[in-house]
Design a protein. Structure first.
Length: 404
């Protein structure tokens, strides 16, 4: 009886100790996360802003949406880049103009919702705005542009988009455009990297102080950009190809070149960028079909048709739930970059509302889970601050300084 009593006492003390340790870890995570100036450098929420069934000013639920202003506050996310995404289509003047108009509509909608909810969020323009806006208790909403397709071959449009607040351009998307080759064009390379016009775009972006985003572009185009750019560049939502072998991820040599350039790779939370997918499942095949729509004809559809496509995407997740990678899998990529080139060249770009999402980081409210995992692995507070924004804002400021 005494032995059993001693056993119960030991178990009770163990449970108390475990609970105390868990509470202590939660408090440490909260403290460090709140002290960091946090930024997510890529989400596709502007696509949803153009629909009628989404309100970014109220709390929504994943998977319908993964980003809104209240959940950003819940997750301690201070700043985010809303990407004006346009899919790549045949490069006709009509298609280019349609993409150009579409990009402006997404930028307009971003300004509109920030004005509507001006007590919750504010459009940010320069690298210092995030800290200033964070000090007011609001969220800083930056604007990026995913795919240079709307520029066509008109170099003046680069400055036009800059003047509208766009602070990075992802040079290409799923297919080649007039700027450069894509990493995933089915026809293969067209320009053997950057085109001559693409070189002009790089110079113009350097001149203006607009960040060059190398996510999605071909390996050769990446190295051309590194050679041509006078300032550090970013990969707004890419991961490590040595871990997940997606062609949009970056090889070790690319990461080393990016670090030498002073740039930063923002680890993407999209499942296929974190772990190699099982391509034999029904879900994979159906998802491939819907992604093809997003990458080709989505921007030509009316709002009703677009709402239907997004509905199909949500229903796919409900009918064929996927075993998603975890935050631990994501931090494996951060570890890899840290060990390869150092802690100064890695950050986070979720790709929320564009496919991003992990089993234990479904939306922006769960971003502290990434901080908790880094603490678990022994990352210092300074290292965590660098990953969450320090590295990225260093690059942002250097790009601005060169222009000035």
């Amino acid at each position: 009886m005494l032995k059993k009593s001693a056993l119960f006492t030991s178990l009770f003390l163990f449970l108390i100790s475990t609970t105390a340790t868990s509470q202590e870890n939660m408090e440490k995570t909260k403290t460090i996360h709140e002290k960091a100036l946090t930024v997510d450098t890529h989400c596709d929420t502007p696509m949803a802003l153009l629909g009628e069934d989404f309100d970014v000013g109220r709390k929504n639920k994943a998977p319908q949406s993964r980003v809104d202003f209240p959940r950003m506050k819940d997750g301690g996310l201070d700043a985010i880049f809303f990407a004006a995404f346009t899919s790549q289509r045949e490069r006709t003047s009509e298609n280019t103009e349609a993409a150009y108009k579409r990009a402006h509509e997404m930028i307009d909608s971003t300004y509109s919702v920030c004005k509507r909810y001006n007590s919750l969020a504010e459009v940010a323009i320069n690298s210092n705005d995030a800290k200033r806006i964070e000090g007011t208790g609001k969220r800083a909403i930056y604007i990026g542009m995913e795919n240079g397709f709307p520029i066509g071959t008109d170099i003046k449009r680069v400055k036009e988009f800059y003047d509208r607040g766009v602070r990075y351009i992802t040079l290409s998307h799923s297919s080649n455009n007039d700027i450069c080759d894509s990493s995933t064009d089915k026809e293969g390379p067209e320009h053997n990297g950057l085109s001559q016009f693409g070189e002009k775009v790089v110079r113009e972006m350097n001149k203006l102080g607009m960040m060059i985003d190398v996510s999605h572009i071909s390996d050769k185009a990446f190295f051309d950009v590194i050679e041509q750019s006078k300032v550090p560049v970013i990969a707004s939502h890419s991961s490590v190809r040595s871990i997940a072998h997606h062609p949009r991820n970056m090889t070790d040599n690319m990461i080393k070149a990016l670090a030498k350039n002073g740039g930063v790779i923002q680890i993407c939370l999209l499942d296929d960028y974190i772990k190699d997918p099982d391509t034999t499942t029904i879900r994979y095949q159906k998802a491939k079909e819907i992604r093809k729509i997003f990458n080709t004809t989505y921007n030509t559809m009316n709002k009703t048709e677009q709402d239907e496509v997004r509905k199909q995407w949500r229903e796919l997740g409900e009918k064929y739930p996927k075993k998603l990678p975890t935050v631990a899998d994501c931090v494996d990529h951060i570890d890899y970059v840290k060990n390869l080139v150092g802690i100064d060249y890695v950050g986070i770009g979720s790709d929320f509302d564009g496919g991003g999402g992990l089993a234990d980081c479904q939306d922006v409210s769960q971003m502290p889970n990434i901080t908790a995992e880094m603490i678990k692995r022994g990352y210092t507070e300074g290292e965590i601050q660098k990953v969450w924004g320090g590295n990225f804002f260093r690059v942002f400021a250097e790009v601005e300084k060169h222009a000035n």
